[in-house]
Design a protein around this ligand. Structure first.
Ligand code: DGI
Ligand code: FE
Ligand code: FE
Ligand code: FE
Length: 187
């Protein structure tokens, strides 16, 4: 699929505000990819598609997870985690993406996972710090991203985990593995 076609297709799946966010993730992930040395074209494609399923009815997202043999434990955790895994499946099925590195960057952009590739880190971090994001601590994350993708992503995950704890919510184990992995890498 041509890039233009891909962009038009994904744009039609979401409200204007979410498309603006997607453009921000595209720009930021390309910047991070060039700065830290992973494939900027892959970062760009993964970013276009990362939230492709975000506005699907959650039941549709759950159906994909159940029927396509995606990790079933996701269904026991927050619904916010589902669109990432469903999105990777849809990127392949409906948009013809067959590069596993790109699909993994989409798949793990929300939860993270142990031993994240640089491309996965870049897309996940871009999702946190793109210019349209405005949450307490985002400036700090952007500053840290000037010198370390791992430290910036660790700070971002810490914020998410803290948020989940404060709201009495469960934490998906892969997020904890991702955090632990980043700490080991930074040492
Ligand atoms: O889709 P976006 O809004 O751009 O961002 P995202 O895909 O990173 O979704 C983040 C949301 O997921 C955030 O509000 C926190 C929520 N969430 C719920 N449970 C977990 C979780 N995020 C992580 N990393 N781990 C969880 O267990
Ligand atoms: Fe997302
Ligand atoms: Fe994220
Ligand atoms: Fe996003």
């Amino acid at each position: 699929m041509e890039r233009k076609q891909l962009i038009e297709g994904v744009k039609a799946q979401m409200p204007a505000k979410r498309w603006e966010h997607t453009l921000g993730v595209m720009e930021t992930s390309v910047w991070l990819a060039r700065k830290y040395g992973c494939d900027a074209d892959k970062a760009y494609i993964a970013s276009i598609l990362h939230d492709v399923c975000k506005y699907w009815p959650v039941q549709e997202q759950a159906k994909v997870i159940r029927e396509q043999g995606l990790p079933q434990d996701l269904l026991d955790y927050d619904k916010e985690l589902w669109h990432a895994h469903a999105g990777a499946y849809i990127a392949k099925r409906d948009y013809g993406i067959d590069d596993e590195a790109i699909l993994d960057a989409i798949r793990y952009h929300t939860s993270g996972r142990e031993h994240m590739t640089l491309l996965e880190k870049v897309v996940c971090l871009a999702d946190y710090m793109e210019p349209g994001r405005d949450f307490p601590g985002v400036h700090n994350i952007r500053e840290i991203a000037e010198h370390s993708v791992e430290k910036a992503l660790l700070t971002a995950f810490d914020g998410t985990i803290r948020f989940l704890l404060e709201h009495g919510k469960k934490v998906y184990p892969q997020t904890l593995y991702a955090r632990n992995g980043l700490i080991d890498e930074i040492k």
